[in-house]
Design a protein around this ligand. Structure first.
Ligand code: E4P
Length: 222
């Protein structure tokens, strides 16, 4: 399973890109709104220069014509730009029309397996089931990933990827991988937490203490 960063913050992207684990980035209007004063086009173009992989840019139109027009505009910014559209009938039409132009799409706000199946049949490049928001409604976000994975596996004509979104904690990353997601898009804070373990910190401290003690004892020898 690949890891994407779910952010429009350039510093976060620069840092995680240096780790060598990043395969793409997803943005959305709410994440853009957190970057006060940042220009959308500049942000997407800059991200595309930092990460060599799909960069999702989300449409804000509510009708298919508007989504298609935004998709044509955003996809011209960089060949790695993927057009994010909502899981609505208009979104499906936009996916289908953009697909005929060779423009890849990410169908977002997926909350049931029917939405994922229809997005795939319309030709989506990836679908984004929101596991955290499903959990928030007292349902099982991972069960949604498992259902979509099983449906896609049983239909070999479907080439659409499953992008687990709304990842809220490190366990969601592991569970997404086990449930069959191809990608998990993660907030920066969740990725940082995923790399933390007290035994790693304690192990480093004890190795360094032993190393320095060894050096000190060698320095004492004649
Ligand atoms: C995915 O592409 C979305 O941008 C994101 O994962 C939504 O996450 P949230 O439910 O934490 O806002």
């Amino acid at each position: 399973m690949k890891i994407y960063l779910d952010t429009a913050n350039l510093e976060e992207i620069r840092e995680v890109a240096r780790w060598g684990i990043l395969s793409g980035v997803t943005t959305n209007p709410s994440l853009m709104a957190q970057e006060v004063g940042a220009d959308f086009e500049d942000t997407i173009r800059t991200i595309a220069g930092l990460v060599d992989g799909p960069i999702s840019a989300e449409t804000v139109s509510e009708d298919a014509d508007g989504m298609v027009a935004e998709g044509i505009e955003y996809s011209a910014w960089h060949s790695n730009v993927i057009i994010k559209v909502p899981s609505t009938p208009a979104g499906l039409e936009a996916v289908s029309r953009l697909g005929t132009m060779g423009i890849r799409t990410n169908v977002t706000l997926i909350f049931n397996a029917n939405q994922a199946l229809m997005a795939a049949l319309a030709g989506a490049f990836v679908v984004s089931p929101f596991v955290g928001r499903v959990d928030d409604m007292s349902h099982d976000g991972m069960e949604l990933i498992r259902e979509i994975s099983s449906i896609f596996e049983q239909n070999p004509d479907i080439r659409t990827g499953i992008l687990a979104a709304s990842i809220r904690h490190p366990r969601h990353i592991i569970e997404s991988a086990l449930a069959g997601a191809h990608i998990a898009t993660c907030p920066y804070k969740v990725l940082k937490k995923a790399m933390q373990h007290p035994l790693t910190d304690r192990g480093i401290a004890s190795f360094l203490a032993d190393w320095h003690a060894r050096e000190a004892s060698m320095a004492m020898q004649p």
